[in-house]
Design a protein around this ligand. Sequence first.
Ligand code: ZN
Length: 145
Amino acid sequence: MSISPDSTFDANENLSSIKSNKGQPLLVMNEQLYKCNKKTARKKYWICIVSGCSMVVHIDENDVYLYRGKWDHHHESNADVIQTTHLRQQMKERVLNELTPIGIIYEEEMAKAPLSTASVALFPTNQEIHQTFVKARRKILPILP
Ligand SMILES: [Zn+2]
């Protein structure tokens, strides 16, 4: 039996990425969010987005997990933030790829999303998000006569 130096953690940490509202790439691992802190030719260094938390994750240039800090986050997971960011992204994608009215996309995606009551309360309303989506759509669609 071989003992890996990092045996307390699963080597196949569940990595994925999402884009923040500002279009910044964010790393998602175990329901926590990380922003890129430093990049070298062979490694990317990510740091937890919660201020005051210094959890880090290192991945290689092929996005393969290498290392994470040996301590824990002092705060709860960002599952809500991840879900709402993902939801927003999902909506935007449909807004840009479909001709479905924005209000309907909003309603449909909200209905599908497994959001907690708290996240729903924090998520922008249809009215709040509408203008943003109209602008995004206008950028790529020809103006209709
Ligand atoms: Zn953290």
